[in-house]
Design a protein around this ligand. Structure first.
Ligand code: ATP
Length: 506
């Protein structure tokens, strides 16, 4: 059994070999934390996007879409608070010269204490067997209690220090906790500094008065500034939502971990505009709805959990993450935030334009409150890819790598494979391809033995392989092979389309 780190490396290698994800500018040794999606990656990514768009926009008559520009007026980012507050505290280890996020160092330290508690509970559960009362144990065991107290003390000191921007105290805490650099093992830390995560560039030629502008760090602001344009043109009534899929850019301090933390990535966001005072109701509603969406992707329930935030961003009055169990552990895949009227209020103030909605039922105007759902497309891609990667030992002793991607998301739905490259089999296969390709992304391949072609399709996550052989020429039948069970069935060629529709579902 591969360790999680090894498994993660294998998934990254697989993604490259099979045309899912390539490092950007690889011939120049790559660009840190930037990736390109290959021929099969782009299909999977598009399928995830389409599924999200359908479930958010098409299935909700009160949500409409938007595609706003990446570049925005620089004052947008002043108003939104990003110029002043979109920072991460960073710290360097003087011996290893490695840079870390100070908040991540402390949070990882807390996780380690939580791990200790869980180990203590597991040990006791094994010792006491059926008679074990977990709740009572957690509440009374001195070691568990001591560790819980320690966590609470760290949180009580750490989050207020961040809030006050007291970076000297954050450093002191790191020193007092004895946190060491995982590379050098030393406690030789620099001071903690704030680092703004926005990329900036120049608009206009150098000769003109070129203005500094930012690459958007989130897609949400394009929605906020267009709030009235959308509301009026699409005749929306509160509560309503605006959904958008698009690129966002963050100059992340620590950008390792493949698609999990990129400097250029894609978000799928929805801002839901509600009456002031009703935001908590909608916040709970969207938390549940979004979890249901994740479960509908076809991955198991125990892979997901909620994490309610202790430390809230400058714009939020409630926030939770949906976390997914990646090979690198449980990590955020989506955030659900109650953003109050912070953004619309700030844009109203900075632009001098009213950002209000006239509510005909209440007969009054107000700045709406906003509940947002913000999911990373690349992290969802990584979740699907890593969750579906399996190495299997087969009955005949051979091995295969198979991507068990849910059929509705699979990059290729059906491979069309003539058994041989002669005797009219390719022509017959292409006949079938021509009937299927308008409804399904198919893949035609005639090279290599049929066994090798099946393996390749398994590695790409293709749920169905359809093989055309000599019998097909006589009685118009083909075999259809199921990726997961590897079972083959003989069916009429005219039935293929109906069977795919039934099995792929959506
Ligand atoms: P983190 O705490 O991991 O930095 P965040 O809380 O800053 O994430 P949000 O601002 O809530 O993230 O962004 C919403 C979503 O966008 C996240 O849930 C995540 O899926 C995605 N996302 C954020 N930053 C990145 C990144 N650097 N690379 C890939 N996806 C990202």
């Amino acid at each position: 059994m591969a360790s999680n780190e090894e498994l993660f490396k294998k998934i990254i290698a697989h993604a490259k070999e099979y045309g899912f994800v390539f490092p950007s500018s690889e011939i120049y040794d790559g660009l840190s934390a930037v990736y390109d999606y290959g021929p099969f990656g782009v299909e999977l990514k598009n399928n995830i996007k389409a599924y999200w768009w359908k479930s958010m926009v098409q299935y909700h008559e009160n949500i409409v879409g938007l595609d706003s520009a990446i570049f925005m007026h620089p004052t947008v980012w002043k108003a939104s608070g990003h110029v002043d507050a979109f920072n991460d505290p960073m710290i360097d280890n003087k011996d290893s010269k490695k840079r870390y996020r100070a908040d991540v160092l402390v949070e990882d330290f807390i996780l380690k204490i939580e791990d200790k508690i869980e180990k203590e509970v597991d040990k006791a559960a094994n010792r006491f067997g059926d008679t074990f009362d977990e709740k009572m144990f957690r509440e009374t065991n001195p070691r568990v209690q001591e560790n819980l107290k320690k966590i609470e003390e760290i949180k009580q000191r750490f989050y207020p220090a961040l809030e006050r921007n007291d970076l000297a105290d954050v450093k002191l805490l790191i020193e007092e906790l004895g946190i060491v650099c995982p590379i050098s093992g030393s406690r030789n830390w620099t001071d903690v500094r704030q680092f703004n995560l926005m990329f900036s560039t120049q608009m206009g030629s150098v000769n003109e008065d070129a203005n500094a502008i930012y690459l958007r760090p989130e897609t949400a602001q394009g929605i906020f500034v267009n709030f009235l344009n959308v509301q009026k043109s699409a005749r929306m009534k509160i509560p309503f939502g605006i959904a958008q899929i698009g690129k966002a850019f963050r100059n992340e301090i620590v950008a390792r971990q493949f698609l999990f933390r990129m400097r250029e990535f894609e978000q799928m966001e929805m801002q839901f505009f509600v009456r002031p005072g009703e935001e908590m109701k909608w916040y709970s509603y969207w938390k549940e709805e979004r979890m249901k969406w994740h479960l509908s992707l076809g991955m198991s329930e125990d892979k997901y959990r909620f994490h309610d935030h202790d430390k809230l961003a400058h714009y939020a009055n409630a926030a939770a993450d949906i976390e997914f169990e990646f090979p690198i552990g449980f990590k955020e895949i989506e955030g659900i935030h109650s953003r109050t009227d912070f953004d619309l209020g700030a844009h109203q103030e900075y632009s001098g334009k009213k950002m209000q909605y006239f509510d005909p039922e209440l007969n009054e105007s107000y700045v709406p409150y906003v509940v947002e759902t913000s999911i990373g497309l690349d992290r969802t891609f990584l979740a699907v890819l890593s969750n579906s990667y399996h190495e299997e030992k087969l009955e005949d002793g051979s091995e295969r790598v198979v991507l068990g991607i849910p059929a509705h998301l699979a990059p290729i739905k059906a491979a069309i494979l003539p058994l041989m490259k002669k005797d009219g089999l390719p022509e017959k296969a292409k006949e079938l391809l021509d009937t299927l390709k308008y409804d399904y992304r198919c893949f035609y391949e005639e090279k290599d033995t049929i066994g090798k072609r099946y393996r390749r399709m398994d590695a790409l996550g293709t749920p169905f392989c359809i093989t055309i052989d000599h019998q097909s020429l006589q009685d118009n039948t083909v075999t259809i092979r199921d990726r997961d069970s590897m079972k083959q069935e003989r069916i009429g060629m005219d039935d293929v389309s109906g069977i795919l529709r039934e099995k792929i579902g959506r």
